[in-house]
Design a protein around this ligand. Sequence first.
Ligand code: IPD
Ligand code: CA
Ligand code: CA
Length: 253
Amino acid sequence: MDELIQLVKETKSIALDSKSAHNVSVKGLADFVTKVDTAIQEFMRSRLKDMYPDIQFMSEEKDNNDIDHTGKVWILDPIDGTTNLIHDFKMSAVSLGLVDNGVPVMGIVYNPFTDELFSARRGEGAYLNGAPIHVTSASNLSESLVIVGTSPYRKDLADVNFDIIKRLYIASEDIRRGGSAALDLCYLACGRAEGFFERNLKPWDYAAGVAILREAGGCVTDFAGNEPSYRVPSDILASNGIIHEEMKKIINE
Ligand code: IPD
Ligand code: CA
Ligand code: CA
């Protein structure tokens, strides 16, 4: 774990290179990639291959068709929160998960702008910069802060998503929108908020965060209450565990 944490921290100088952050290509509607994304992916791919030659590598800015998901797979989002990066919003993260035959067993999520590093290994607890973290004990939505995701690349889903967001806003204390799903999950893990939902996320958005939030005592499922997929996109519902059913009911109303 220590050597992986050191490795992820080494991405800081790449992530903070503002010239590369503003070297942007358009992938799709509101969907961008910068030179920072591709440089971090290449750095991590080559270092992980040297350190762990037998573990497969899945990452957002590459073709992942040949991955055998019955084995061990690194799942990397080189920058989660690229739109934030482009806007100097300082809420982006490098997210590295390890999934073994469909089970998230390790996660590291690092925000190079704040130097906050969240980490967890299955069965060994969750940590923020080395100190143990835990979800809150808020017992219902009315005393909860809910982080929402807007599925920015699926503007066609705006009506259905914002209907849910409105219902959650009315039932909770308030809502927030962070812009990095990986950090959103970690914010639940360390007790800064109680709930999170976003439709149609990709495995690299949540693989590491799932490992961290579960070790912090939280719960992550899809909208039906099932285990998310680590091969294809999933809708993600996450919580401190206690308000999970209440959120699930509102999302599926
Ligand atoms: C995005 C972020 C964002 C979420 C999007 C994701 P990216 O990841 O996690 O918070 O709303 O759905 O795609 O594109 O910045 O890696
Ligand atoms: Ca992402
Ligand atoms: Ca990304």
